[in-house]
Write a protein that binds this ligand. Structure first.
Ligand code: B12
Ligand code: SF4
Length: 214
């Protein structure tokens, strides 16, 4: 549903709502015309994008596993969007929205040799559950421009170890637990057609080695 015209919000209040819902705020940005952010309605661009995701085991304590993670994400973020006067979009909807590109705009996320984005705190143990699009240009703090941990990672153990994701020394405190990984191994395999994986080029070899969650 499009947000109420002119309705403005405070980023801290939005982030508190995300935290209360069990999600991790994943930064925000003011989109440009080449960011691939869908308009809210004809001639109504989204002026602020707030990303919502998960980092480490936090979300799993709230998400009970009674539905798929995508269903849960849709339920939680659609309700939140309604309350905040935003419009929710999701990484699993086709045609796929460029969530990884948005993530690099919103936070200190960088491409890693694994194909996944790496974050200085969370390592590769994080993902995106949705984004809230707002009509208003909400005031944002200066962007976090910390460098990629890969830039100073001399040994690059992810390139030779299996599973690759576990070999990365960054963000170890945020690793998913075995039970969470099992849940997602199952739903990931259920939700992805073989063609998705056939499309997966050599630099995405981590997908096959580390197919635990999405
Ligand atoms: C389709 C898909 C897959 C397919 C990939 C098929 C393919 N050929 O691209 C498969 C099923 C293989 C897959 C596997 C995995 N995926 Co996936 N995937 C997606 C999905 C749904 C769409 C990707 C897409 O096409 N986006 C559209 C384009 C236009 O977006 P973009 O931001 O501009 O593109 C960025 C990336 O996609 C990337 N990219 C695009 N094409 C290519 C090709 C190559 C060779 C490389 C290296 C990168 C790359 O570069 C762009 C950033 O600059 C995204 C969610 C999303 N909406 O993005 C998740 C997403 C990218 N996947 C994610 C995850 C976690 C995984 C897995 C770890 C799951 C698992 N446990 O195995 C693996 C690891 C893959 C890997 N090593 O890279 C996360 C990544 C989070 C993060 N930390 O970066 C996302 C964002 C989902 C989420 N909910 O958070 N995935
Ligand atoms: S092991 Fe090193 S190069 Fe590989 S993803 Fe982690 S920090 Fe980056």
């Amino acid at each position: 549903m499009p947000p109420a015209p002119g309705k403005s919000m405070d980023l801290n209040a939005i982030e508190r709502s995300l935290l209360d819902a069990g999600l991790t705020p994943r930064g925000a940005f003011h989109p440009g015309s080449d960011d691939g952010v869908p308009p809210l309605a004809a001639n109504a661009p989204a002026r602020t994008v707030v990303l919502a995701g998960n980092a480490g085991p936090r979300m799993w304590r709230v998400f009970g596993g009674a539905m798929t993670l995508d269903e849960w994400s849709r339920r939680v973020l659609t309700a939140l969007a309604l309350r905040l006067g935003a419009h929710a979009v999701f990484p699993f909807e086709r045609p796929y929205l460029p969530f990884q590109r948005w993530a690099m705009r919103a936070e200190a996320c960088h491409a890693s040799p694994l194909g996944l984005l790496i974050h200085p705190d969370y390592g590769v143990w994080h993902g995106y559950r949705g984004a809230l699009l707002f009509a208003a240009a909400i005031a944002l703090p200066p962007p976090d421009r910390r460098a990629s941990p890969c830039a100073s990672c001399v040994d690059r153990p992810c390139l030779s170890a299996c599973p690759a994701r576990h070999a990365c020394p960054i963000g170890r405190d945020y690793r998913y637990t075995p039970a969470q990984a099992r849940f997602h191994m199952q739903s990931f395999l259920r939700n992805h057609r073989p063609q998705d994986e056939a499309d997966c080029g050599p630099s995405r070899a981590g997908a096959a080695a580390d197919r635990g969650r999405h």
